[in-house]
Design a protein. Structure first.
Length: 317
């Protein structure tokens, strides 16, 4: 059985669409765990009315006594899940009709631990913008390094995980912070160096609603960004971390405080990197480093270390 975990917080305009998409699933062996995170609008009333009159699936409904955030709501849902597979869905998005059926088929057929579904972008009103269809493939690291460190959607939803994989690799979502998807995603990237297997599917899983007042478009939380970057700095190589910095800086609304944080992390990565790592940087990372670090002296040291490795390399061939 698949456990679909849906946090709910002030989504009265979109919740009914989400609920109806669950009713339309082509597979019936699933449960839904709804976790209300102290909504202040009519979301709870909408959900309760639907569950009484229209619901066609098994469900559990939990209410938080205080607002604890998206990460905590997902963790609560996991603690109530009875399925062998987990799937996360945001309550302002909708499931494609055969999403669970196709992802479950893939995870069993190819004997993988997680499968990433394709995504359809929709407007705030629900009209289609664009489909992002994955090319079916098994993911590996570092073979798919650039793609995994910024070329794909960094999110919890739209992916089907085995229970064992989730509890062994992801374990739990960070709480009391924004951008809570980043650390679990990096954990998934690094687990590909071990025995775990992940694949991408060309089956559409989620219609991702582009809201003007969504979390990703809200005020930038510098403290939470710094927390995520500290984690990534500690687990990624300097080369991989620089590439991640060059991509992730574009996820947020830019301001001077953000640039200072990224500049400081970039300087440290450059100082700590081996000459070999600097020489093998891709052009994007080099361009990013030269743009983000300040001071001609720092830039000259960066370029000099790259040139030094090139001279050593040329003398040894």
């Amino acid at each position: 059985m698949v456990s679909i975990i849906i946090p709910i917080y002030n989504v009265e305009l979109y919740l009914h669409d989400c609920l109806e998409s669950l009713n339309r699933q082509t597979i019936k062996d699933f449960e839904v765990i709804f976790v209300d995170d102290c909504s202040s609008d009519t979301s709870v009333q909408i959900l309760e009315l639907f569950l009484r009159n229209d619901c066609k699936f098994k469900y559990t409904f939990i209410k938080h006594e205080t607002n604890r955030g998206l990460g905590a709501a997902r963790n609560t849902g996991v603690s109530f899940a009875k399925g062998d597979f987990y799937f996360f869905l945001d309550s302002d998005d909708t499931l494609c009709p055969n999403a669970i059926e196709h992802l479950l088929k893939d995870i069993k057929k190819f004997n993988v631990d997680a499968v990433f579904g394709s995504i359809s972008l929709i407007t705030q009103e629900g009209s289609k913008i664009k489909d992002f269809i994955n090319k079916p493939k098994f993911l590996s690291f570092p073979a798919n390094r650039k793609y995994l460190l910024g070329g794909t959607f960094v999110c919890a939803w739209g992916k089907l995980y085995t229970k064992k994989f989730f509890h062994s690799v992801i374990q739990a979502y960070p709480t009391d912070m924004k951008y809570e998807d980043v650390i679990p995603f990096i954990k998934m990237v690094l687990c590909l160096k071990k025995e775990w297997k992940i694949m991408e599917s060309d089956s559409l899983s989620v219609n991702w609603r582009q809201r003007t007042n969504s979390l990703s478009k809200g005020k930038t939380s510098i403290l939470d960004i710094k927390t995520n970057l500290l984690f990534c700095q500690n687990v990624l190589s300097c080369k991989d971390f620089l590439y991640f910095l060059s991509k992730s800086i574009h996820w947020y609304q830019k301001n001077n405080e953000l640039l200072v944080i990224y500049r400081n992390f970039s300087k440290k990565a450059i100082r700590d990197a081996s000459i070999y790592e600097l020489f093998t940087l891709d052009s994007r990372s080099v361009k990013y480093a030269l743009e983000i670090i300040d001071g001609e002296a720092t830039k000259n040291i960066f370029l000099a270390r790259i040139k030094l490795f090139y001279k050593i390399y040329r003398n040894n061939i």
